[in-house]
Design a protein around this ligand. Structure first.
Ligand SMILES: [Zn+2]
Length: 332
């Protein structure tokens, strides 16, 4: 997808395509949340499409485009950082590894399946390991005919100079506020201009980062409603089906912030340093009713689920169990 704030960058690419002077390696860089990876895929699609439009974008309908849409085109190769195969860590280091680059370079050396371009997109390329970067160098130096390698990076200084110097750079900029606001308003018509401006500020002006923050806000609000339901005579259980649509790990982490805030308020009083500052009054009320041993039990329950996060469970049941324990914090 080409976003409205990427028009200049696309014009530049279109000129290169028109003049048949597309370099074999491009480095798309700029802040996070500007849609660079989407641009990279749109560019890959454009060079693989068999009947590009007048603006050089992919037609979306030819045989190539159908394969691209199904993510099964044999000449498009996408790499992004992953954890090591034998990693058991909960927060593994994500890298693009040498084995992946070797496989990729071998594939790029073969002839195209469709007698056209072979394209590689390396997203978050700054996470290339040193050996992976070295391995990529050879292909960047002698890429062969009709090979396009697109690197996408937000922290360009982390890429080795040897890699940077072999790519033509395309820089992406934070859009003008009015452009981001217009785009956000079309996507979030229910929110006021003030709300959108605020979230855009938190996202440092990056519209896609603002959208992820908004998703997060909805998630946070539902958790807050569930955690404070008992104060309004409701039962938190009715929120379990809503929680299913969000990521399990994030929900567990937010619940952890609630129980941690609760015990802080209970031990340190109303000035305790807490995460959910907007709910301080409600947390105080909850803390005044909660039994310590039940708070610890809830902690244990959450910790157990955090430690076993990778195990598949019936999520609705999980949330029901946790919310039941939360509602029971005041029971003796
Ligand atoms: Zn097409």
């Amino acid at each position: 997808m080409i976003y409205p704030w990427q028009a200049t960058q696309w014009q530049h690419i279109a000129q290169l395509l028109r003049a048949e002077r597309l370099p074999h390696a491009l480095l798309l860089h700029g802040n996070q949340g500007l849609g660079k990876a989407d641009f990279a895929i749109a560019l890959a699609n454009a060079v693989l499409c068999r009947a590009p439009l007048a603006n050089y974008q992919a037609c979306g309908q030819c045989k190539s485009c159908l394969l691209l849409n199904a993510k099964t085109h044999p000449d498009l190769h996408y790499l992004e950082p992953t954890s090591a195969k034998n990693s058991k860590s909960k927060n593994p280091v994500l890298n693009i590894r040498v084995d992946d680059i070797r496989d990729l370079c071998e594939t790029l050396n073969q002839t195209s399946q469709f007698s056209g371009y072979r394209v590689a997109v390396l997203n978050v390329a700054e996470q290339l390991t040193i050996s992976a970067a070295n391995s990529l160098l050879k292909t960047l130096e002698e890429p062969g005919q009709n090979v396009l390698i697109i690197l996408v990076a937000s922290r360009i200084h982390r890429l080795p100079v040897t890699i940077r110097s072999r790519c033509q750079r395309v820089r992406f900029y934070v859009p003008e506020q009015h452009q981001s606001m217009q785009w956000l308003q079309e996507r979030q018509p229910a929110l006021t201009e003030d709300q959108l401006r605020q979230v855009l500020k938190y996202a440092n002006g990056s519209p896609l980062a603002a959208i992820s923050l908004l998703d997060e806000t909805e998630h946070q609000e539902i958790i807050a409603q569930a955690m404070t339901a008992c104060l309004t005579g409701k039962t938190s259980l009715e929120y379990a089906p809503q929680l299913v649509k969000f990521g399990k790990l994030r929900t567990l982490e937010w619940m952890m912030s609630w129980v941690s805030d609760l015990s802080k308020v209970q031990s340190c009083g109303s000035n305790a340093e807490i995460t959910n500052v907007h709910y301080r009054d409600k947390l105080q009320l909850l803390a005044s009713q909660a039994e310590k041993h039940r708070i610890y039990k809830f902690y244990d329950q959450l910790n157990f689920n955090l430690q076993h996060n990778s195990i598949a469970v019936n999520e609705q049941l999980l949330w029901e169990n946790l919310l039941l324990s939360w509602d029971d914090l005041g029971k003796r």
